[in-house]
Write a protein of this length. Structure first.
Length: 262
């Protein structure tokens, strides 16, 4: 996700985050999710309580990012705000996978000023954060280093993937399904993906999208057992994807997901 005005200060948007247009876009996209009330509720609560504005005010330059981590019973919720940049969603979800987190749901939203709001709900299966509080700071530091280019995420994931602690036994097969919906939105091409949930899945999907030079304006993530159900609102050069790009992206995505599932 790359924004043409990433050098702009984000303070103005922090003050304008309650604008009707932006709120309506986020709520409209949240309604597309299977988890309707949860998606709308979390986004609307952040806007109305001013938590999003407070996070946005800390983002002033292209390299800035800020996030809040809250524990919600057996799960955690991470809210991240940053100026748009290439591979942002892929890197965020990749770092979460590197720390062994199982991503359950996620929403990613972009506004016209190039500011990103990512909300990720995940479970800490290995109780890494609960048993070792210093790992939260380690996570924060790793995230900043990956975004700054000081750490190679691909290499980190490759080393971590070799550990048996980060593999779950597959229970049955889930066929990979990739489809584009051009009827539900006049502004976005909506890509729907159903596939078997696996280590680093979201990072892989987001990386393929970024390599195709497409922007993720909204991402709605859901996991049901071994099945991942992901919906992405995509644009290319601020327009809907043309049929040729859709066809190529769908083909590349399915080929990539089938290959890593083999």
């Amino acid at each position: 996700m790359a924004a043409p005005h990433s050098q702009k200060r984000a303070g103005l948007f922090g003050r304008a985050c309650g604008a009707v247009g932006s709120m309506w876009l986020w709520l409209q996209c949240a309604l597309y999710s299977r988890n309707i009330l949860g998606s709308c509720g979390r986004v609307l609560k952040m806007i109305l309580t001013g938590r999003f504005g407070k996070l946005a005010e800390k983002v002033r330059f292209s390299e800035d990012l800020t996030f809040r981590l809250n524990r919600r019973r057996s799960t955690y919720e991470l809210s991240l705000v940053a100026l748009d940049r290439p591979f942002l969603f892929a890197k965020l979800t990749g770092v979460l996978s590197y720390f062994g987190m199982n991503i359950l749901r996620g929403q990613a939203f972009a506004n016209r000023q190039g500011l990103i709001l990512d909300i990720i709900q995940f479970e800490d299966r290995l109780q890494t954060f609960k048993l070792n509080k210093s790992e939260i700071e380690n996570f924060r530091g790793t995230l900043h280093k990956v975004f700054a280019g000081e750490l190679n995420l691909t290499e980190l994931l490759r080393r971590r993937e070799s550990s048996i602690l980060f593999h779950r036994k597959a229970k049955g097969s889930v066929a990979t399904y990739v489809n584009f919906d051009d009827q539900s939105s006049e502004k976005y091409s909506i890509m729907e993906i159903v596939t078997r949930d696996r280590y680093g899945l979201l990072s892989t999907i987001a990386k393929v999208i970024a390599q195709s030079k497409c922007n993720i304006d909204v991402a709605l993530i859901s996991t049901e057992g071994q099945r991942a159900i992901d919906v992405f609102y995509l644009t290319q050069n601020q327009k809907r994807l043309c049929p040729a790009v859709q066809e190529q992206l769908a083909s590349t995505m399915k080929e990539t997901l089938d290959r890593i599932a083999a």
